[in-house]
Every structure is written in structure tokens, then in C-alpha cells.
Design a protein around this ligand. Structure first.
Ligand SMILES: [Zn+2]
Length: 587
């Protein structure tokens, strides 16, 4: 019986192969193309996994602007892909590095160790970034620019697992304007990550990956393509009435960028950075314009060709992250005409990328993933203006309250010098010493607390109680509480804080502000980082593989992406992935 079934299957497979060969010959494609498409069909394996992350892209942008998208970009993904309309990050530090680390690892910051974009390193007392690595050398960067690597990433990624599963024959490449957004989704065992240096105007990498940049990258940089955008005017794609209707007037009072580097709040924006020629000021200004995404697409096309991505039966992975959307969102806020325009433009840029992948690899051989690393809150002053109680929480005032409480508790007799003066960690931020209140995490100087025999659990409680008296602070969590897991899994905020806590890198008291309120200074117009939906709710679309297109209303999270794609590819899920396989879309 078994044998009979087996031989029948073999016969059916034989028929299938024969019919495929007939179809190929009739279609008369080029020889190499025919051979590789036969292989792909025989293996039924996607040749490429393409992650498209759009930095700070909220889910609702798909709905607010969807009718204005062209057919080949975001609308193609929305129509043909499986789209989860209620996907939320289930962790609280909703920043760029944690989000990008989660996207391809399926793990929370508590597992990846990527708790923020930057934090004070407990061992050295210096601020580090999620990817800074003084043991590496930057390739093609500016003077004294430090190298970067994925060495702080504590979990494997989908790309790492693809490489393991194929004895390294799969290729894995990450590309973005930002180092963290290129490096973290690709993973520790990636072939390469490339990002943009605003000091040199080049696409750069580090000797973590190779001793020298590949020749095609050097050639790309040699023509200085970034310089072509110097002085370019950023105008609206559509008539201004369309923007008035959907985003309100240009340059409302809460948009307050002042006269940043020779620019204003209003269209058109002239991209010079206040400089008379291309240089670091201009390159920074370029990042704050949609043109930097065009530059990214040009570079990515070169990467697809020269790294030969998706050209054989070993599934490759390309992770690209569009950064301009985040820069523009921070400067003008989510309800601005500028964000509307950068969204319409990223739709075109994604269309160009998908068309290119279709011509080189074939979209039917590709799994395309669209998501974002986090969303963004309305500008606090905008929220306030419409009655949503926005606000900026003053971090200096918060630290002062903690200091006063520590003096009252641990120096009641008013001894001088006050022994509590160094209880809050001071960290070195590029030569400037700062109080350890960063990313809504309060850090203690553990050496000073040990010296004075201070009970750690108690000082956490005393500080948390002081912080709770600061206007705009909703809740505080102590290190001991999180280490004990003493939070409710049914309370989304408590759960998200726990998922964002990595003991070696997180602070000693973690603060959650009220909705629409932020620890931000006035020079940043809008920001993100909270456990609230405007920061957690992101697009989650998977097109291709065995996924059935359509809208899915089940609760989902970006941690589900990596285990789902791993299951479709039949490979080991990333080491720390906690998400579920999105079975409702698997056919
Ligand atoms: Zn971001």
C-alpha cells in the first residue's frame, strides 16, 4: 500500500515536471532563466524574502492615504498580500532599534537585549548605541566616525536561520539610511549591512562584515549620487487642496521646527542644510527629505544585482528600511502635509523596488513583508489644542523630585556633603556628563548604593513614589518588580513594560507617561516610545509564500512575522521568537 502510494506520487511528480518543461519551452525564456525557474518550481521555495520596513509608518496611513496610492506599491501589497489590520507591538520601548530587532527575530526587547536606540553602559559608564562597536572600523565613513555591528543583538534572526539551514549558501543583506535599521533586521550572521553616513555622504559598512567594501559599493560612492539632490526643491506631489483636505493647513502653529538648517515649516522645502555646497550639513538635511529614500532605492537596486539576490534555489533575505519617513515625522508630526507627502512618495519608491524585484527575481518567487518599527504620537501641542491633554514632561524636574526624595529618606539630618548626591547614575554622553534618566528609564549608581549599604528594593520604591508626583507620569515599575515578573499579563501596559525589560541594560525604575505626553524637549516636534496604540499599531503584510491575501482582523504582532515565514520556508524559527504562526492566512 505504501509502495503503491509512493510510486503513484512519483509518477504524478514526473508528470508535473514534464508539463513544467513544456510550459518553459513554449514560453521560450533565456536558458539561464529557464533553468532557475525550473529549480524554483521543483523546490517550490521562494528565492527571496524581502522585508520592507518603513520607519515610523503607522497602520492608519494605509487607510488615510490608501486611495491615493498607485497600483504597484502599497496598494499591491494591500490587495495581494495578507494584511493584519490590528497588529501591535507588544513591548514598550517603541523605538527604532528595538522595533527593527523584533521584526526579523520574532522576539521582544527582553530577549533581543535591544532596549532602546542608546543607553548608558553599566560597565563603562558611557552612552552606547544599539549597534555602536569600538572594536570595528567604519568603511567609507567620515573622519573619526565609529564602526557599528550587531554584537549587542542577543537573538538570531530569520536571516541567520536561513544561513544556518543552507550551510551559508543563502545570502542575507540589510540596507537603510540608519545603521541600526540596516544591521539589526539582518542579524549577526548576515553577509552585509549597508547604511548612509551623513558625514561622508557615502553608503558605508563596517569591518564586522568584510575588510573592504565590495567594489560595486565603492563604484556607487565614487559617483557621489547623494550630491545630485543638493538644492533640490521638495514640493507636494498633488495639488495643495488635497493636502488641506486630509492634513489641514501647511505650517500650523504646533509645527515648530523654526529655521532648521536654512529650511522653514512650509512647502516648498529647499534641501541644502543651509550650506553652499554638498557636505555634512546638506547630507543631514537630505535625510529629512523624501529624496534620501530615492537614494536608498538606487543603492538597493545595485545591491540586488551585484549581490545576485534571489538568483538561485537558496532563499536569500534582503531587509530594507526607509528612514526618511521617520525623520520627516519627527520634524512635522503625523498629521502634517509633509508626512502625507512622504507617505505618497514612499508608495512610489516601494512600487519602483517591487517592479525591480519582479523583473530580476519574480514576485511570484518572493515573499514580501511590509511593516514598521513603531508609530508616532500627535505633536503634544496639537493634541492639547484639540483637547487630548498632550504635553511635554520635564525630565530635569523629574530627576529633581527623585533627588529631593532620596535626600529626605537617606540624609534626613542634612549632612554635608550629601551622601545621596551621587545615587543617580551619571553617564558620559560624548564627553558631557548627564543624569541617568534616559528613555523614561531611571538608572542608579550601584557602586554608590553598595558603598552606603542602601537597600536596592527600597530605593527603587522611594524613587518611583517621587516620580508618581510629577505631572504627566502615569505609572512606574521597579526593577525588582519586573525581575519577579510581578505584573499582570492581562494589563497591556504592564505586559509591554515587562517585554521591554532586559536586566543588564534597562534602568532601575521604568516610567510610563500618560497618553499623548512625552519626555521630549521642544526641539523635537513629535515622537514615539510609549505603549499606546499610536506607537504600537503598524502595518503587517505578508505577500507570497503560502499566504492567502486578504484582510485579517485577528490580533497579531510583528513578533509573529519571523516564525510565520520560518514555518512557510520550513526552517528553524529564530532562537528567541515568541510569536505565533499566522495560521489563519496559511493555505
Ligand atoms: Zn524608527
Amino acid at each position: 500500500m505504501t509502495n503503491l502510494t509512493g510510486s503513484r506520487q512519483r509518477f504524478l511528480s514526473f508528470l508535473l515536471v514534464i508539463s513544467l518543461i513544456v510550459v518553459s519551452v513554449n514560453g521560450a525564456p533565456a536558458l539561464g532563466q529557464r533553468r532557475s525557474s525550473q529549480q524554483a518550481a521543483a523546490n517550490n521555495r521562494p528565492r527571496l524574502v524581502l522585508l520592507i520596513a518603513v520607519d515610523q509608518f503607522r497602520y492608519d496611513y494605509l487607510e488615510r492615504f490608501g486611495d491615493l496610492f498607485g497600483p504597484n506599491g502599497l496598494r499591491r501589497l494591500m490587495n495581494d498580500g495578507a494584511s493584519w489590520v490590528n497588529a501591535n507591538y507588544d513591548h514598550m520601548p517603541t523605538y527604532t532599534a528595538p522595533g527593527h530587532a523584533t521584526l526579523m527575530s520574532g522576539a521582544y526587547p527582553a530577549e533581543t537585549g535591544i532596549v532602546a536606540n542608546e543607553w548608558p553602559d553599566r560597565e563603562t559608564g558611557k552612552k552606547v548605541t544599539s549597534v555602536s562597536d569600538s572594536t570595528t572600523r567604519l568603511l567609507a565613513g567620515g573622519p573619526n566616525e565609529e564602526g557599528s555591528s550587531p554584537r549587542r543583538m542577543m537573538a538570531s534572526t530569520l536571516g541567520d536561520e536561513l544561513r544556518l539551514a543552507t550551510n551559508d549558501r543563502a545570502k542575507v543583506v540589510g540596507i537603510s539610511l540608519k545603521d541600526r535599521s540596516a544591521i539589526l533586521p539582518a542579524g549577526r550572521h548576515a553577509n552585509a549591512a549597508y547604511w548612509f553616513s551623513a558625514r561622508s555622504g557615502n553608503f558605508v559598512s563596517s569591518d564586522y562584515y568584510f575588510a573592504h567594501l565590495p567594489k560595486w559599493v565603492e563604484d556607487f560612492n565614487a559617483s557621489h549620487p547623494a550630491n545630485e539632490y543638493f538644492g533640490k526643491l521638495w514640493e507636494r506631489l498633488l495639488p495643495s487642496a488635497e493636502y488641506e483636505k486630509r492634513a489641514g493647513p501647511d505650517s500650523p502653529p504646533w509645527e515648530n521646527i523654526g529655521n532648521v538648517r536654512g529650511d522653514t515649516n512650509a512647502f516648498p522645502h529647499k534641501i541644502t542644510g543651509g550650506a553652499s555646497a554638498a557636505g555634512p550639513d546638506f547630507y543631514s538635511a537630505l535625510e529629512y527629505s523624501p529624496f534620501s529614500n530615492d537614494l536608498l532605492v538606487s543603492f538597493t537596486k545595485q545591491a540586488i544585482v551585484n549581490e545576485q539576490l534571489g538568483q538561485d534555489e537558496f532563499t536569500d533575505l534582503l531587509a530594507i528600511s526607509f528612514s526618511a519617513d521617520d525623520y520627516v515625522g519627527h520634524r512635522y508630526g503625523p498629521y502634517s502635509q509633509e508626512v502625507m507627502d512622504v507617505t505618497l512618495r514612499v508608495d512610489q519608491q516601494i512600487a519602483a523596488l517591487l517592479d525591480f524585484v519582479d523583473s530580476r527575481v519574480g514576485l511570484r518567487n518572493t515573499i514580501v513583508i511590509l511593516s514598521a518599527d513603531h508609530g508616532v504620537a500627535p505633536i503634544p501641542e496639537h493634541a492639547t489644542a484639540i483637547g487630548l491633554s498632550g504635553g511635554r514632561v520635564n525630565s530635569t524636574q523629574a530627576v529633581a523630585k527623585v533627588k529631593a526624595a532620596l535626600t529626605a529618606r537617606y540624609n534626613p539630618s542634612g549632612k554635608t556633603p550629601d551622601p545621596t548626591a551621587d545615587y543617580i547614575l551619571k553617564y558620559d554622553d560624548a564627553g558631557r556628563m548627564r543624569d541617568g534618566m534616559i528613555n523614561a528609564n531611571l538608572y542608579f549608581n550601584l557602586a554608590a548604593l553598595n558603598r552606603d549599604g542602601v537597600n536596592l528594593e527600597e530605593i527603587q520604591r522611594v524613587s518611583a513614589a517621587a516620580l508618581m508626583t510629577v505631572p504627566g507620569i502615569a505609572r512606574c515599575f521597579t526593577r525588582d518588580q519586573l525581575l519577579r515578573g510581578a505584573v499582570s499579563s492581562t494589563d497591556a501596559i504592564e505586559r509591554r513594560v515587562l517585554h521591554g525589560f532586559y536586566p543588564q541594560r534597562s534602568g532601575d525604575v521604568i516610567v510610563v507617561t500618560d497618553a499623548f505626553k512625552y519626555f521630549i524637549e521642544s526641539e523635537i516636534t513629535a515622537t514615539h516610545g510609549s505603549p499606546y496604540t499610536y506607537d504600537t499599531h503598524v502595518p503587517q503584510i505578508i505577500m507570497g509564500g503560502r499566504l492567502k491575501g486578504g484582510k485579517y482582523f485577528q490580533a497579531a504582532a510583528p513578533t509573529d512575522i519571523a516564525p510565520t515565514v520560518a514555518a512557510v520556508l520550513g526552517i528553524q524559527p529564530p532562537s528567541n521568537s515568541v510569536g505565533r504562526v499566522l495560521i489563519e492566512a496559511i493555505q
